[in-house]
Ligand binder design. Structure first.
Ligand SMILES: Cc1cc2nc3c(=O)[nH]c(=O)nc-3n(C[C@H](O)[C@H](O)[C@H](O)COP(=O)(O)O)c2cc1C
Length: 366
């Protein structure tokens, strides 16, 4: 990626200004259609109403790996979309199942707020069939966490030095394991930085991210998923052909180097972490971890805190094996699986990320 200074130099040369043609360009780059799902429509069918919130759940690389079947008048069947996978960085689909668990939890919370009890049965056997079914029964109770679904976003910015108060820590200990010990926090920072660099320097892993990058309004609206880069400067470079995928794959490029420095600084700004572990690592454990993750996100949203998953060290490919082992040594009781490692702190206001409209995620209409 080219850095800002180089970009400005090009800009002052006039070339890009001429191509862009209008000063308004920089101020009209919000991908409104990709963000429209954050303003859910009123649906008559309570299942669709609840699902229109569920599609806002956090999920790896924003792949949105869910598909829903409406069954009869009151049931939904949730499937994993096998066209949406991360074979390099999530070869066993563990992270995808966590995202699916977050989807299920969001659906249940939204149903409760709408006056329905979504009675979930997990169907976690194997990789082929549906992952869960839920029957919508009138009379659910509203959980206060549901009020935060539309406010919840991952906060991928640097955090301030302000640590959580003891009271905040004790509230959040009900949702995840918190790490505040300074020595351990320093070791985890080092781990996340090394793991990030390994991912950057493992071409198939990096390519998986690069292929999912959507740079600028048109690309984001055309494919409202993946890694969205909304910076108008990057969009200009992309439009003028200066930021192709080959450049993004070049780790020694000055732009990529500058991106990495920025990422390290962001990782370095972390004062506390949260961890979600499971004693075993079955599909239902992974779905359950996703449900816990969603509740943790919503509680931190309610408390005005930032949360950012940092998953590189938890990824299961050979180049990451040493960091994966260290992550488990540091973060989990022996034999447990670390499902999520999250930065936690005070950051700037986070932004919403794109979603495919609900209609594209429903397999059929009952
Ligand atoms: C299992 C899982 C792993 C994730 N890992 C990362 C990660 O390593 N780095 C990161 O920046 N975001 C990570 N995320 C956050 C997603 O990128 C984010 O949820 C998605 O882009 C949607 O954005 P939102 O959470 O703001 O709605 C992860 C999310 C999940 C559920």
């Amino acid at each position: 990626m080219l850095n800002r200074r180089r970009f400005l130099k090009i800009l002052s040369g006039g070339t890009i200004v001429a191509i862009a043609g209008a000063a308004g360009f920089l101020t009209t780059r919000t991908p409104h259609s990709a963000l429209a799902p954050w303003m859910p429509k009123p649906y008559h069918d309570p299942r669709k109403a609840a699902l229109s919130y569920a599609i806002l759940a956090p999920n790896p690389h924003n792949l949105q790996p869910w598909l829903v079947e409406l069954v009869g008048q009151d049931k939904v069947r949730i499937h994993r979309d096998t066209d949406r996978e991360l074979p390099e960085t999530d070869p066993y689909h563990r992270q995808l199942y966590i995202g699916l668990g977050a989807f299920v939890e969001t659906m249940v919370l939204a149903a409760g707020a709408l006056g329905f009890d979504a009675q979930v049965k997990l169907l976690p056997d194997g990789d082929d069939g549906p992952i869960a079914e839920a029957v919508f029964v009138p009379g659910g109770a509203s959980d206060p966490l549901s009020a935060q679904i539309l406010n919840r976003h991952s906060n991928k910015e640097p955090y301030t030095e302000q640590r959580l108060s003891e009271e905040e820590v004790s509230v959040l200990e009900n949702y995840a394991t918190l790490i505040s010990d300074e020595d351990l926090v320093a070791r985890i920072r080092g781990l996340t930085k090394r793991a990030f660099e390994i991912e950057m320097r493992t071409p198939p892993a990096l390519k998986e991210s690069v292929d999912l990058m959507r740079i600028g309004k048109a690309e984001i609206n055309a494919n409202p998923d993946g890694i969205e880069l909304r910076d108008p400067m990057l969009e200009m470079l992309r439009l003028t052909g200066l930021l192709d995928n080959e450049t993004l794959m070049n780790v020694d490029h000055p732009g990529t180097q500058s991106h990495m420095r920025g990422y390290f600084a962001m990782l370095d700004s972390t004062q506390q972490y949260a961890v979600i572990t499971t004693a075993t690592n079955t599909r239902s454990d992974q779905l359950d971890a996703g449900r816990r993750l969603m509740r943790f996100y919503l509680k931190t949203t309610e408390m005005g805190l930032g949360v950012h998953p940092v998953s590189q060290a938890l990824q299961e490919y050979p180049e990451m094996a040493d960091e994966y082992a260290l992550a488990h040594e540091l973060l989990a009781p022996s034999g447990y699986t670390v499902q999520m490692l999250l930065r936690l702190g005070h950051g700037p206001e986070p932004i919403a990320t794109p979603r495919w409209p609900l209609e594209t995620r429903i397999l059929n209409e009952a």
